[in-house]
Design a protein around this ligand. Structure first.
Ligand code: ADA
Length: 594
């Protein structure tokens, strides 16, 4: 198959290249397109060998969720995707996968090179050099739940988990026997207004010693080559962006930096990488969130990356349309529930000025999961990958993990402590949070910079109350008071989920549960109770659009096998809630108008 060369950026593959005019030494080639595919069903993975494939292949597009396609809808089992790619003989290379779900093993020329067990996390695979150019890539995927193999994915999550190569695949050819750039991470410093950034370079092919680099900002000419010490494969320097412009939701200005790597003792560059970033500062202090020194009040939604026709492989145009819908409602914020985001979506949020909470895959994992060493390892790997791949997006203002874990108990503590420490070590400049379902009994608020509460008063557990809507306001107030009385008055508080089901087109004079009317009244009340409270830094409504969830008997809790709490239905048709939320959000801007 043919591949498409793009600019040097390895993260922002699809949208951003159009902006860069500088020729690049190490282009990224997209491997997206039609691949060979075969559904294998319930095979024994231990007996699988790529050499012995004797079945006919079909063609399917990559990215794709095979079980979102009519031929394999709802099926669980193993499948293989196969293609070829070209690398100049003798060169090592890297493959980057945006997401492969649930579990995958990557083979190049029949050799098993990598296994991945988090279906939403990006990962890279080192491809060793070979004497011939054409290489065969085979990806074995499996969407069966298996606690031993994929403990991050449980069958009881309230969203449908699909199988396949869900996001883009890219190839980067590396230099022969020379250091190369693995990551370029940009952090605006306290002097971000003057354009000061800290640049962290992560290298492959060199552990300790020196690196010689040149920088070019915004497609301007490069600085002269300068030397940086490398310790443990990393070099850090502080530099200034010429002609700096701040990034904010109202004016989302972006900059680029191209880093060129020159080996010691040689003039010609061997590697380069271009990344895009924004100059902004996000802080959690004095009980509030602050963006560029202005107090923030977040108004937004939880959003699943999902559409009935494509499953989790949403087209860029749909992502763009979703952001338009969100911004039209007056939103400045989206929570990427409950997993790592597609880089295209984050690119769009950078461009369009939508603030993002990105979180590691998690949904109510239980005690036996927290005790699993495989889970602990997979969770760590996926969390680190999320940070490294999304680091440069200015739209991402919060890192999150482990939605609705058992945070009223202590068994979660070791994984929560380790996750918080990992985030702070990699990125001390962004606040971290987790969505708690135990507002009044949570035992781990000390670990979060921002306290986030999933609250459903007036929807769940209100069987004995004749007028459930009346529960919303007092419950939120009680939760906010509790946070302060528990000693966390200095931490900002978010309502990270709140919502009620409204079936699209279902109206009746009772305005009862499941009507669009009850849902609209509920969200109006929720917005007023949250945004009208001085301790609340924002709200993320549950949720943007209806999305497929439990099948079989579990669907007794979810009419149509959908989570119907969307303000839009699955085709983005507005329910009555849309006008209600627009009215609420458009009157509650923060002091800085954001
Ligand atoms: C939880 C969970 C969501 C969704 C929601 C609901 O808060 O985090 O994913 O399941 O409840 O609709 O009940």
């Amino acid at each position: 198959m043919t591949s498409r060369a793009t600019s040097a950026t390895f993260f922002q593959i699809l949208l951003f290249p159009a902006m860069s005019t500088t020729p690049t030494l190490r282009p990224v080639h997209s491997l997206d397109g039609l691949w060979n595919f075969a559904f294998l069903g319930e095979i024994d993975l231990a007996a699988f060998t790529p050499h012995a494939i004797g079945f006919p292949f079909e063609k399917v597009p990559v990215p794709s969720a095979f079980d979102a396609l009519p031929a394999w809808a709802g099926k669980r089992g193993a499948a293989v995707y196969r293609t070829t790619f070209a690398v100049p003989p003798g060169h090592p290379a890297q493959l980057q996968f945006g997401a492969v779900s649930l579990w995958s093993r990557v083979y190049v020329d029949g050799q098993s090179l990598h296994e991945n067990a988090c279906g939403y996390a990006p990962f890279r695979v080192a491809v060793p050099p070979a004497a011939r150019a054409e290489r065969e890539l085979l990806v074995l995927v499996d969407n069966r739940f298996d606690f031993e193999r994929v403990p991050m994915h449980e069958h009881y999550f309230d969203f449908y988990q699909y199988g396949g190569i869900l996001r883009s695949v890219a190839l980067r050819v590396l230099p022969v026997a020379a250091p190369y750039l693995e990551h370029v991470l940009v952090s605006p410093t306290d002097h971000y207004r003057a354009g000061e950034i800290e640049l962290a370079l992560h290298f492959g092919g060199i552990k300790n010693g020196e690196s010689r680099v040149a920088l070019a900002f915004d497609d301007q000419s490069a600085t002269s080559v300068f030397t940086l010490p490398v310790a443990d494969g990393r070099a850090v320097t502080t530099v200034r962006v010429p002609a700096p412009r701040l990034w904010s939701p109202n004016a989302p200005a972006l900059h680029t930096v191209r880093v060129t790597l020159h080996p010691v003792g040689a003039d010609a560059a061997v590697d380069d990488m271009t990344v895009r970033f924004g100059l902004r500062r996000i802080e959690a202090r004095d009980g509030h969130l602050w963006l560029n020194g202005e107090m923030l009040r977040l108004r937004g939604y939880n959003r699943h990356e999902w559409h009935p026709n494509f499953g989790p492989c949403t087209p860029t145009l749909q992502m763009y349309a979703d952001i338009q819908l969100l911004q039209d409602l007056g939103c400045n914020f989206v929570r990427g529930s409950h997993y790592q985001q597609d880089q295209r979506f984050l690119d769009l949020c950078d461009e369009l000025g939508l603030l993002v909470w990105e979180e590691n895959l998690g949904w109510g994992q239980r005690e036996r999961t927290f005790a699993s060493e495989k889970f602990q390892r997979d969770h760590r790997v996926a969390l680190e990958a999320m940070l490294l791949h999304s680091y440069n997006h200015p739209s991402v203002i919060l890192w999150g993990f482990l939605n609705e874990a058992g945070t009223d108990a202590d068994y979660v503590r070791p994984v929560f402590e380790e996750s918080a420490a990992l985030i702070r070590a990699l990125d001390p400049r962004r606040p971290l949070t987790y969505a708690s379902m135990f507002a009044l009994t949570d035992r781990h608020y000390d670990l979060a910079d921002v306290i986030s509460l999933n609250l459903y008063p007036g929807w769940y557990n209100c069987e004995d109350h004749p007028r459930p809507l009346e529960l919303v306001r007092p419950h939120l107030a009680a939760c906010f008071d509790h946070i302060d009385r528990a000693g966390f008055a200095a931490k900002p508080v978010l309502v990270s989920e709140i919502g009620a089901e409204g079936l699209y087109g279902w109206h009746d004079a009772h305005h009862d549960f499941f009507t669009e009317e009850y849902q609209a009244a509920y969200l109006t009340e929720a917005c007023a109770a949250a945004l009208g409270h001085p301790r609340c830094s924002g709200i993320a409504l549950w949720h943007f659009s209806d999305a497929r969830t439990y099948s079989g008997c579990r669907a007794m809790r979810r009419p149509r096998t959908y989570n119907n709490k969307g303000t839009f239905d699955e085709y983005r048709r507005p329910k009555l809630a849309a006008a209600a939320v627009r009215a609420a959000f458009r009157t509650t801007r923060g002091p800085a108008g954001i």
